[in-house]
Design a protein around this ligand. Structure first.
Ligand code: TXA
Ligand code: MG
Length: 378
Protein backbone atom coordinates (compact mmCIF):
# COMPACT_ATOMS: atom_id res chain seq x y z
CA UNK A 1 0.00 0.00 0.00
CA UNK A 2 1.57 3.38 -0.95
CA UNK A 3 2.33 5.95 1.68
CA UNK A 4 -0.74 7.70 2.96
CA UNK A 5 -3.36 5.64 1.16
CA UNK A 6 -4.07 3.58 4.27
CA UNK A 7 -4.81 6.70 6.25
CA UNK A 8 -7.02 8.01 3.49
CA UNK A 9 -9.09 4.79 3.61
CA UNK A 10 -9.57 5.10 7.39
CA UNK A 11 -11.01 8.60 7.10
CA UNK A 12 -13.28 7.56 4.24
CA UNK A 13 -16.70 7.69 6.03
CA UNK A 14 -16.24 11.34 6.97
CA UNK A 15 -15.00 12.01 3.46
CA UNK A 16 -18.02 10.34 1.89
CA UNK A 17 -20.31 12.72 3.75
CA UNK A 18 -18.19 15.73 2.76
CA UNK A 19 -17.99 14.42 -0.81
CA UNK A 20 -21.77 14.46 -1.14
CA UNK A 21 -22.16 17.84 0.56
CA UNK A 22 -19.48 19.56 -1.55
CA UNK A 23 -20.00 17.85 -4.90
CA UNK A 24 -16.62 16.17 -4.70
CA UNK A 25 -15.75 13.65 -7.41
CA UNK A 26 -14.37 10.15 -7.12
CA UNK A 27 -10.61 10.30 -7.44
CA UNK A 28 -8.78 7.27 -8.76
CA UNK A 29 -5.45 6.77 -6.97
CA UNK A 30 -2.84 4.71 -8.80
CA UNK A 31 0.55 3.69 -7.44
CA UNK A 32 3.08 3.90 -10.28
CA UNK A 33 5.43 0.99 -10.69
CA UNK A 34 8.80 0.92 -12.35
CA UNK A 35 9.01 0.15 -16.05
CA UNK A 36 6.36 -0.90 -18.55
CA UNK A 37 3.77 -1.79 -15.92
CA UNK A 38 3.01 1.94 -15.75
CA UNK A 39 1.96 2.11 -19.36
CA UNK A 40 -1.72 1.36 -18.80
CA UNK A 41 -2.17 3.90 -15.99
CA UNK A 42 -0.30 6.59 -17.93
CA UNK A 43 -2.35 5.97 -21.07
CA UNK A 44 -5.54 6.23 -19.04
CA UNK A 45 -4.29 9.42 -17.38
CA UNK A 46 -3.44 10.84 -20.81
CA UNK A 47 -6.99 10.13 -21.99
CA UNK A 48 -8.42 11.90 -18.93
CA UNK A 49 -6.33 14.99 -19.72
CA UNK A 50 -7.32 14.97 -23.40
CA UNK A 51 -10.98 14.81 -22.36
CA UNK A 52 -10.57 17.93 -20.21
CA UNK A 53 -10.06 16.20 -16.83
CA UNK A 54 -7.41 16.74 -14.15
CA UNK A 55 -4.58 14.37 -13.12
CA UNK A 56 -2.02 14.93 -10.35
CA UNK A 57 1.37 13.44 -11.20
CA UNK A 58 4.95 13.28 -9.89
CA UNK A 59 7.74 15.38 -11.40
CA UNK A 60 11.38 15.61 -10.32
CA UNK A 61 10.62 18.85 -8.40
CA UNK A 62 7.19 18.53 -6.72
CA UNK A 63 3.86 16.92 -7.65
CA UNK A 64 1.96 18.75 -10.38
CA UNK A 65 -1.80 19.19 -10.92
CA UNK A 66 -2.19 18.64 -14.66
CA UNK A 67 -4.78 19.73 -17.21
CA UNK A 68 -4.70 20.26 -20.99
CA UNK A 69 -2.78 23.55 -21.36
CA UNK A 70 -4.52 24.41 -24.65
CA UNK A 71 -8.03 23.94 -23.26
CA UNK A 72 -9.32 27.01 -21.37
CA UNK A 73 -11.87 24.89 -19.47
CA UNK A 74 -9.10 22.66 -18.12
CA UNK A 75 -7.20 25.69 -16.84
CA UNK A 76 -10.36 27.03 -15.19
CA UNK A 77 -10.79 23.65 -13.50
CA UNK A 78 -7.21 23.76 -12.22
CA UNK A 79 -7.79 27.14 -10.57
CA UNK A 80 -11.02 25.88 -9.01
CA UNK A 81 -9.43 22.64 -7.70
CA UNK A 82 -6.55 24.55 -6.07
CA UNK A 83 -8.63 27.51 -4.88
CA UNK A 84 -6.03 29.60 -6.71
CA UNK A 85 -6.54 33.20 -7.92
CA UNK A 86 -6.91 33.14 -11.72
CA UNK A 87 -4.37 35.96 -12.25
CA UNK A 88 -1.64 33.53 -11.22
CA UNK A 89 -0.38 31.89 -14.45
CA UNK A 90 0.32 28.18 -14.94
CA UNK A 91 3.47 26.49 -16.24
CA UNK A 92 3.03 24.59 -19.52
CA UNK A 93 4.89 21.26 -19.46
CA UNK A 94 6.18 19.78 -22.71
CA UNK A 95 8.06 16.58 -23.58
CA UNK A 96 9.63 17.34 -27.01
CA UNK A 97 11.98 20.17 -27.92
CA UNK A 98 10.12 20.87 -31.19
CA UNK A 99 6.92 21.61 -29.24
CA UNK A 100 8.48 24.74 -27.72
CA UNK A 101 8.01 26.66 -31.00
CA UNK A 102 4.37 25.61 -31.21
CA UNK A 103 3.47 27.63 -28.11
CA UNK A 104 6.03 30.46 -28.13
CA UNK A 105 7.09 33.06 -30.69
CA UNK A 106 10.70 34.07 -30.92
CA UNK A 107 12.74 31.36 -29.20
CA UNK A 108 15.92 33.36 -28.69
CA UNK A 109 19.46 32.03 -28.94
CA UNK A 110 19.67 32.26 -25.12
CA UNK A 111 16.51 30.20 -24.69
CA UNK A 112 17.86 27.58 -27.09
CA UNK A 113 21.13 27.33 -25.18
CA UNK A 114 19.34 26.97 -21.84
CA UNK A 115 17.02 24.29 -23.20
CA UNK A 116 19.94 22.37 -24.70
CA UNK A 117 21.81 22.46 -21.38
CA UNK A 118 19.06 22.00 -18.74
CA UNK A 119 16.08 20.27 -20.41
CA UNK A 120 14.62 17.91 -19.56
CA UNK A 121 14.99 19.20 -16.01
CA UNK A 122 13.91 21.62 -13.26
CA UNK A 123 14.07 24.85 -15.29
CA UNK A 124 11.09 26.97 -16.42
CA UNK A 125 11.54 29.65 -19.09
CA UNK A 126 9.23 32.63 -19.63
CA UNK A 127 8.82 33.41 -23.34
CA UNK A 128 6.32 35.33 -25.53
CA UNK A 129 3.27 33.14 -26.14
CA UNK A 130 1.50 32.15 -29.34
CA UNK A 131 -2.27 32.60 -29.76
CA UNK A 132 -2.82 28.86 -29.37
CA UNK A 133 -2.13 29.19 -25.61
CA UNK A 134 -5.33 30.46 -23.98
CA UNK A 135 -5.27 33.47 -21.66
CA UNK A 136 -6.84 31.26 -19.01
CA UNK A 137 -3.57 29.29 -18.87
CA UNK A 138 -1.32 32.37 -18.69
CA UNK A 139 -3.45 34.36 -16.25
CA UNK A 140 -4.08 36.96 -18.95
CA UNK A 141 -0.37 37.51 -19.75
CA UNK A 142 1.14 37.62 -23.26
CA UNK A 143 4.01 35.45 -22.05
CA UNK A 144 4.01 31.74 -21.19
CA UNK A 145 6.08 29.73 -18.69
CA UNK A 146 7.41 26.49 -20.25
CA UNK A 147 9.19 23.54 -18.67
CA UNK A 148 10.23 20.08 -19.87
CA UNK A 149 10.32 17.80 -16.80
CA UNK A 150 12.82 14.93 -16.58
CA UNK A 151 10.67 12.56 -14.49
CA UNK A 152 9.97 9.61 -16.83
CA UNK A 153 6.31 9.20 -15.81
CA UNK A 154 5.71 12.93 -16.27
CA UNK A 155 7.30 12.87 -19.73
CA UNK A 156 5.14 9.93 -20.82
CA UNK A 157 1.98 11.44 -19.40
CA UNK A 158 2.59 14.68 -21.32
CA UNK A 159 3.15 12.69 -24.51
CA UNK A 160 -0.05 10.66 -24.03
CA UNK A 161 -1.99 13.84 -23.22
CA UNK A 162 -1.09 15.41 -26.56
CA UNK A 163 2.08 17.31 -25.63
CA UNK A 164 1.01 20.35 -23.55
CA UNK A 165 0.11 19.93 -19.88
CA UNK A 166 -0.52 22.96 -17.64
CA UNK A 167 0.53 22.05 -14.11
CA UNK A 168 0.87 24.13 -10.99
CA UNK A 169 2.05 22.38 -7.84
CA UNK A 170 -0.65 19.94 -6.66
CA UNK A 171 -1.41 21.65 -3.34
CA UNK A 172 -4.35 23.74 -2.23
CA UNK A 173 -3.44 27.40 -2.73
CA UNK A 174 -1.26 28.66 0.14
CA UNK A 175 -0.14 25.24 1.36
CA UNK A 176 3.38 23.82 0.86
CA UNK A 177 3.92 22.06 -2.49
CA UNK A 178 3.49 18.27 -2.17
CA UNK A 179 6.62 16.13 -2.14
CA UNK A 180 4.75 12.86 -1.41
CA UNK A 181 1.52 11.45 -2.87
CA UNK A 182 -0.05 11.38 0.60
CA UNK A 183 0.10 15.20 0.65
CA UNK A 184 -1.51 15.35 -2.80
CA UNK A 185 -4.26 13.03 -1.54
CA UNK A 186 -4.74 15.26 1.53
CA UNK A 187 -5.29 18.35 -0.64
CA UNK A 188 -6.75 16.97 -3.89
CA UNK A 189 -8.79 13.82 -3.13
CA UNK A 190 -12.28 14.51 -4.50
CA UNK A 191 -11.08 17.49 -6.57
CA UNK A 192 -9.29 15.71 -9.45
CA UNK A 193 -10.00 12.66 -11.59
CA UNK A 194 -6.78 10.77 -10.89
CA UNK A 195 -3.70 10.92 -8.66
CA UNK A 196 -0.56 9.11 -9.83
CA UNK A 197 1.55 8.13 -6.81
CA UNK A 198 5.24 8.05 -7.73
CA UNK A 199 6.59 8.09 -4.15
CA UNK A 200 8.88 10.81 -2.76
CA UNK A 201 10.00 13.37 -5.37
CA UNK A 202 13.73 13.84 -5.99
CA UNK A 203 14.32 17.58 -5.53
CA UNK A 204 11.51 18.79 -3.26
CA UNK A 205 11.44 22.49 -4.31
CA UNK A 206 9.76 23.91 -7.43
CA UNK A 207 11.70 24.60 -10.64
CA UNK A 208 13.91 27.63 -11.19
CA UNK A 209 12.00 30.26 -13.23
CA UNK A 210 13.97 32.49 -15.57
CA UNK A 211 12.38 35.29 -17.61
CA UNK A 212 13.88 35.47 -21.10
CA UNK A 213 11.66 38.31 -22.28
CA UNK A 214 14.01 40.80 -20.57
CA UNK A 215 17.70 41.44 -21.08
CA UNK A 216 19.66 40.42 -19.10
CA UNK A 217 17.45 37.42 -18.26
CA UNK A 218 16.00 37.55 -14.76
CA UNK A 219 15.52 34.83 -12.15
CA UNK A 220 11.93 35.07 -10.88
CA UNK A 221 12.13 32.00 -8.62
CA UNK A 222 15.39 30.32 -7.50
CA UNK A 223 15.58 26.52 -7.64
CA UNK A 224 17.81 23.53 -8.26
CA UNK A 225 19.26 25.18 -11.40
CA UNK A 226 21.22 27.92 -9.65
CA UNK A 227 22.18 31.43 -10.74
CA UNK A 228 25.76 30.27 -11.33
CA UNK A 229 24.57 27.44 -13.56
CA UNK A 230 22.47 29.88 -15.60
CA UNK A 231 25.36 32.35 -15.80
CA UNK A 232 27.68 29.63 -17.08
CA UNK A 233 25.41 29.40 -20.15
CA UNK A 234 24.07 32.96 -20.48
CA UNK A 235 26.70 35.30 -19.09
CA UNK A 236 24.92 37.99 -17.05
CA UNK A 237 21.73 37.06 -15.17
CA UNK A 238 19.75 39.27 -12.77
CA UNK A 239 17.55 38.41 -9.82
CA UNK A 240 14.07 39.74 -9.10
CA UNK A 241 14.63 42.22 -6.26
CA UNK A 242 11.83 40.67 -4.21
CA UNK A 243 13.35 37.17 -3.81
CA UNK A 244 14.82 37.74 -0.35
CA UNK A 245 13.19 40.92 0.90
CA UNK A 246 9.99 42.84 0.34
CA UNK A 247 10.91 46.26 -1.07
CA UNK A 248 8.06 48.69 -0.48
CA UNK A 249 5.60 48.99 -3.33
CA UNK A 250 7.39 46.45 -5.54
CA UNK A 251 5.48 43.32 -6.54
CA UNK A 252 7.37 40.15 -7.54
CA UNK A 253 7.46 39.66 -11.34
CA UNK A 254 6.19 36.06 -11.13
CA UNK A 255 2.61 36.78 -10.05
CA UNK A 256 2.50 33.66 -7.87
CA UNK A 257 5.45 34.78 -5.76
CA UNK A 258 3.39 37.62 -4.24
CA UNK A 259 1.06 35.28 -2.42
CA UNK A 260 1.88 34.01 1.08
CA UNK A 261 2.93 30.60 -0.03
CA UNK A 262 4.46 27.46 1.32
CA UNK A 263 3.11 28.48 4.70
CA UNK A 264 2.46 26.20 7.67
CA UNK A 265 -0.59 27.06 9.78
CA UNK A 266 1.57 27.87 12.83
CA UNK A 267 3.47 31.14 13.16
CA UNK A 268 7.02 30.67 11.83
CA UNK A 269 10.12 32.80 12.52
CA UNK A 270 13.69 32.26 11.29
CA UNK A 271 16.50 32.84 13.77
CA UNK A 272 19.98 33.83 12.58
CA UNK A 273 23.20 34.14 14.57
CA UNK A 274 26.02 31.97 15.91
CA UNK A 275 25.06 28.36 16.61
CA UNK A 276 25.12 28.66 20.42
CA UNK A 277 23.18 31.91 20.45
CA UNK A 278 20.51 30.57 18.11
CA UNK A 279 20.02 27.44 20.27
CA UNK A 280 19.84 29.51 23.45
CA UNK A 281 17.38 32.03 22.01
CA UNK A 282 15.06 29.42 20.49
CA UNK A 283 15.01 27.36 23.71
CA UNK A 284 14.12 30.38 25.81
CA UNK A 285 11.37 31.39 23.34
CA UNK A 286 9.84 27.92 23.10
CA UNK A 287 9.91 27.54 26.92
CA UNK A 288 7.99 30.81 27.26
CA UNK A 289 5.56 29.98 24.43
CA UNK A 290 4.79 26.62 25.99
CA UNK A 291 3.94 28.33 29.28
CA UNK A 292 1.56 30.53 27.30
CA UNK A 293 -0.23 27.42 26.01
CA UNK A 294 1.36 27.19 22.54
CA UNK A 295 2.50 23.94 20.98
CA UNK A 296 6.07 24.62 19.89
CA UNK A 297 8.18 23.37 17.01
CA UNK A 298 11.76 23.78 15.78
CA UNK A 299 13.34 23.20 12.36
CA UNK A 300 16.98 22.36 12.96
CA UNK A 301 20.03 20.89 11.25
CA UNK A 302 20.89 17.33 12.31
CA UNK A 303 23.96 18.68 14.11
CA UNK A 304 21.93 20.83 16.55
CA UNK A 305 18.50 19.10 16.66
CA UNK A 306 19.18 17.32 19.97
CA UNK A 307 19.87 20.58 21.78
CA UNK A 308 16.26 21.84 21.51
CA UNK A 309 13.47 21.43 24.09
CA UNK A 310 10.44 22.25 21.89
CA UNK A 311 7.43 19.89 21.66
CA UNK A 312 8.27 18.92 18.06
CA UNK A 313 11.87 19.16 16.86
CA UNK A 314 12.37 18.32 13.16
CA UNK A 315 15.78 17.64 11.71
CA UNK A 316 16.13 18.67 8.06
CA UNK A 317 19.39 16.75 7.65
CA UNK A 318 23.06 17.66 7.81
CA UNK A 319 23.72 21.42 7.59
CA UNK A 320 25.96 20.98 4.54
CA UNK A 321 23.59 18.59 2.74
CA UNK A 322 21.46 21.13 0.89
CA UNK A 323 19.87 18.52 -1.35
CA UNK A 324 18.53 16.66 1.70
CA UNK A 325 17.26 19.93 3.23
CA UNK A 326 15.44 20.85 -0.01
CA UNK A 327 13.82 17.41 -0.20
CA UNK A 328 12.64 17.51 3.42
CA UNK A 329 11.56 21.13 3.96
CA UNK A 330 7.96 21.10 2.65
CA UNK A 331 7.23 17.74 4.31
CA UNK A 332 8.31 19.21 7.66
CA UNK A 333 6.05 22.26 7.23
CA UNK A 334 3.12 19.90 6.63
CA UNK A 335 4.04 17.69 9.61
CA UNK A 336 3.76 20.72 11.91
CA UNK A 337 0.22 21.24 10.61
CA UNK A 338 -0.67 17.59 11.23
CA UNK A 339 0.66 17.91 14.81
CA UNK A 340 -1.16 21.24 15.39
CA UNK A 341 2.03 23.11 16.22
CA UNK A 342 1.22 26.80 16.72
CA UNK A 343 4.64 28.44 17.17
CA UNK A 344 7.65 27.42 15.06
CA UNK A 345 11.26 28.60 15.08
CA UNK A 346 13.67 27.67 12.32
CA UNK A 347 17.42 27.82 12.10
CA UNK A 348 18.68 29.54 8.95
CA UNK A 349 19.86 27.29 6.13
CA UNK A 350 21.82 27.77 2.97
CA UNK A 351 24.54 30.36 2.81
CA UNK A 352 24.49 33.34 5.14
CA UNK A 353 22.49 36.35 3.96
CA UNK A 354 24.32 38.36 1.31
CA UNK A 355 26.36 35.39 0.16
CA UNK A 356 23.62 33.19 -1.18
CA UNK A 357 24.80 30.63 -3.64
CA UNK A 358 23.79 27.24 -4.86
CA UNK A 359 20.67 25.44 -3.71
CA UNK A 360 20.86 27.29 -0.37
CA UNK A 361 19.41 30.29 -2.20
CA UNK A 362 16.25 28.41 -3.15
CA UNK A 363 15.91 26.92 0.34
CA UNK A 364 16.22 30.34 2.00
CA UNK A 365 13.78 31.93 -0.48
CA UNK A 366 11.08 29.35 0.36
CA UNK A 367 11.77 29.49 4.10
CA UNK A 368 11.54 33.31 4.10
CA UNK A 369 8.20 33.14 2.27
CA UNK A 370 6.89 30.46 4.63
CA UNK A 371 7.86 32.75 7.53
CA UNK A 372 6.29 35.83 5.92
CA UNK A 373 9.86 37.30 6.13
CA UNK A 374 9.93 37.19 9.95
CA UNK A 375 13.65 36.98 10.77
CA UNK A 376 15.19 37.42 14.24
CA UNK A 377 18.92 38.19 14.43
CA UNK A 378 20.47 37.23 17.78
O1 TXA B 1 8.58 22.66 -10.39
C1 TXA B 1 7.61 23.30 -10.82
O2 TXA B 1 7.72 24.33 -11.52
C2 TXA B 1 6.20 22.75 -10.50
C3 TXA B 1 6.06 21.40 -11.18
C4 TXA B 1 4.69 20.83 -11.04
O3 TXA B 1 6.46 21.50 -12.51
N1 TXA B 1 5.19 23.69 -10.86
C5 TXA B 1 4.97 24.84 -10.18
O4 TXA B 1 3.91 25.59 -10.66
O5 TXA B 1 5.65 25.19 -9.24
P1 TXA B 1 3.22 26.75 -9.82
O6 TXA B 1 2.01 27.12 -10.61
O7 TXA B 1 2.99 26.31 -8.42
O8 TXA B 1 4.21 27.94 -9.90
C6 TXA B 1 4.35 28.64 -11.12
C7 TXA B 1 4.96 30.00 -10.89
C8 TXA B 1 4.01 30.97 -10.24
O9 TXA B 1 4.72 31.75 -9.28
C9 TXA B 1 3.58 31.83 -11.43
O10 TXA B 1 3.19 33.13 -11.05
C10 TXA B 1 4.84 31.84 -12.29
O11 TXA B 1 5.31 30.53 -12.17
N2 TXA B 1 4.54 32.09 -13.71
C11 TXA B 1 3.85 31.30 -14.56
N3 TXA B 1 3.73 31.88 -15.77
C12 TXA B 1 4.37 33.07 -15.69
C13 TXA B 1 4.60 34.14 -16.62
N4 TXA B 1 4.14 34.09 -17.85
N5 TXA B 1 5.31 35.21 -16.18
C14 TXA B 1 5.79 35.26 -14.91
N6 TXA B 1 5.60 34.27 -13.99
C15 TXA B 1 4.90 33.20 -14.37
MG1 MG C 1 2.79 26.35 -6.41
Amino acid sequence: MPNGVGRWKETRPAWDFERQMCNLMDTKIVRLKEGDADEEALLQAGEILKAGGLVAFPTETVYGLGGDALNPDSSRKIYAAKGRPSDNPLIVHICRMEDLEKITTCVSEKARRLAARFWPGPLTMILPKRGIVPKETTGGLETVAVRMPSHPAAAKLIEYAGGFVAAPSANLSGRPSPTLAKYVIEDMDGRVDMILDGGQVGIGLESTIVDLTVDPPQILRPGYITGEMLESVLGEVEEDATLFSVPEGQAPRAPGMKYRHYAPKGDLAIVQGTEDEVVKYINSQTDQCRLAGEKTGVIAAAETAERYRADAVKSVGGREDEEAIARRLYGILREFDEENVTKIYSESFGEAAGDRKGLGQAIMNRLLKAAGHQVVRV
